[in-house]
Design a protein around this ligand. Sequence first.
Ligand SMILES: Cc1cc2nc3c(=O)[nH]c(=O)nc-3n(C[C@H](O)[C@H](O)[C@H](O)COP(=O)(O)OP(=O)(O)OC[C@H]3O[C@@H](n4cnc5c(N)ncnc54)[C@H](O)[C@@H]3O)c2cc1C
Length: 382
Amino acid sequence: MPTRRSAWMNEDLDQLRKLARTFFERESVPHHERWAAQKQVDRDFWNKAGEIGLLCLSIPEEYGGGGGTFAHEAVLLEEQARCGDSAWGNSVHSGIVAHYINAYGTEEQKRRWLPKLASGESVGAIAMSEPGGGSDLQNIKTKALRDGDEYVLSGSKTFITNGAQADLVIVVAKTDPGQGAMGISLLVVETESAPGFRRGRVLDKIGLKGQDTAELFFDDVRLPAANLLGEAEGQGFVQLMQQLPQERLIIAVASVAGIEAAVDLTLAYVKDRTAFGRELIKFQNTRFKLAECATEARVTRAFVDQCIAEHLEGKLDVPTAAMAKWWASERLCTVVDECVQLFGGYGYMTEYPIARAWADARVQKIYGGTNEIMKEIIARSL
Ligand SMILES: Cc1cc2nc3c(=O)[nH]c(=O)nc-3n(C[C@H](O)[C@H](O)[C@H](O)COP(=O)(O)OP(=O)(O)OC[C@H]3O[C@@H](n4cnc5c(N)ncnc54)[C@H](O)[C@@H]3O)c2cc1C
């Protein structure tokens, strides 16, 4: 599909795109089926990505990161989507976890944790959602109660991306259970040295088969008080609200890249496959459907590009990020569904990338805050 070069691209980002494309083709594509079967990427994939500098691209160099911007993260996300890799949880690791530490960590915390995330020595996860609820964060049940120089963390989390492999988990907990939002803090659990920390099942999902999504349990885990992220308790909810726009933009970027990839896959297929003695592309219905899908891709790309540009200037507001997440994920599901139809029966076979893309797409409307929550946020701003 003819795509236009995004206005935020530059030569540095072109180089990164080439590097990422080669890396994914060589180190990711050959392993997709195996990763799906084992429900996670190989652990050393993180180290390989770290070695060539693809982790923590937008974290300052002084902490081991790439010193880039969100545009660097966006290029990496686009290339990951283009190669059909829905397994690697780097958008959580680099795009979210590292940014919480960079934004709120003390100097000591940043020096302790960020270089390991950037090299791949540590894998990062963030644990907000609980079995009893993910949307209603103010009512989480996980507690972290101060006891001398320590916190005692108890509770359970579910649906946690990178949960089985994580060495460092940012846990959202109540340090003051008597309060709502103001009682929430973020605590960092270093899983190797946290007696009472347990991992549950790696969950079976309808899509994202190779992505490690797990349950985590905290049974009176004692953490040094120094593992509270930032200087003071009760900042967690504000910190979440400040970081969630980037998380939502990440989903929007991945969604638009997914739309473009689906249209490309389908164009190749309908030019090759024949029925009634001619290529599928010759049927007016096929051409009209693809014309619609290509337009959806272009419109969504224009909006997401505008959001990226605003985010690069530090101006992306919370409702606009919610609009981007809602819009792009909805369009992704619609377009991929149309594309599956054009593949006929092969579109339903998991060995076909378009079938996997269809199953992978669905979660984009659910995680990162459901699309209903996005509409609540948008509506409140009207
Ligand atoms: C593959 C995957 C990976 C994930 N990764 C992570 C992760 O790394 N870390 C993490 O913390 N979480 C993660 N999640 C969890 C995800 O963020 C939650 O599933 C999501 O926020 C919804 O929470 P819930 O599942 O508890 O649904 P619920 O909150 O129970 O919602 C159920 C339904 O009710 C609707 N609803 C709820 N409240 C309202 C309202 N006020 N108005 C209208 N409708 C409402 C919702 O929109 C939804 O349709 C992941 C989930 C999946 C599936």
